[in-house]
Design a protein. Sequence first.
Length: 285
Amino acid sequence: MKKQNWMLFTILVLIWGLNWTIMKIGLRFVDPLNLVMQRLTLASIVLLPALIWKRRCLPKDCNTWLKMTSLALINAAGMAFTNIGLLYETSGLSSILTYTQPLFVFCLAIPFLGEKSNLTKVLGAILGFLGVTILYTGKLSSSINASNSILLLILGAFLWAVTIVYYKKLLSHMDPAIVNIVQFPLGSILLLITTLIHTGLNFSSTLIYIFSLFYMSIFGSAIALTIWLLLIKEEEAIIVSTSSLLVPAVALIFGWALLGETIEFYSLLGFLLVMIGVYLVNKYH
C-alpha cells in the first residue's frame, strides 16, 4: 500500500472507531430513529455536489431505481436496529457485534452468489459465531433490554451483510459510488416516514448533539465513504477489508477512554474469536 493510502486507511479506521463513541453520545439527546434520519439527511446535503457531478451515471430505468430503493430500505433498517441496540449497549461491544458482518456475508454468498467455500473459511465462521455466542450468553444475566440489544445489533450486522450481497447480486452493473451516495437521501426519506409514524420528529439544539450530528454525517459518512471508495479503487480489497478487524478495536479503546466503559473478560474473549473468525473468512478474498 502506498504511503499516502496508509495514511488515509489510518484516518478511516480512526474516524469509524470514534464514530461509535459519538453515536453513543448522540443517543443521549434524541431517539435512535431521529438520530439515524438526521444523520442521513445531513450526509445527503453534504454529498449533494458529488451526486450532481455524477448525475449522468444515475440509472434511467424504473427497475434499477426500485432495486436501489429496496437496498436503501434494507440499509436504513439495519442502521436503525444498530442504533436501537447501541442505545442499551456499550459502544465497544456494539461495534464488535456490528462488524460480524463478514461472517454473514460468507454465509449468504454461498447460496446467493455461488461463491466457493473452504475449510479455512468454515472454521472462521464457526469461531466467529462462537464469539457471538459468548458475547450473548455473557449478557443473559443482565436485564432483558441488555440481552435484546445484542439481538438487535446482530440483526443490524445481518442486514448490513444483506446489502452487500444484494448489491453484488442485483446492482453490480452500477457505479458503487452512485449506489452509496444515493443510499443517503433515499434512506433519509424512508426513515423520515417511519419516524413520523412511530416517534415524531425530535431535535436537540445542544452544542454537544450538533457536534455529534456533524461528526457522524460529515466525517462518519461523507468523508469516510470518500476515503473508502478511493482505497477500494487503488488497493486490493483484502487490504481494505482489514478495517473490519481494526475498527472494533479502536472503538473499544475510545469507549473506554472517553465514555468510561468497562471491558469485561467475556467481551475480550468474544472479541478475539470474532476477529479471528472475520480474518479467516476474509483471508482468501
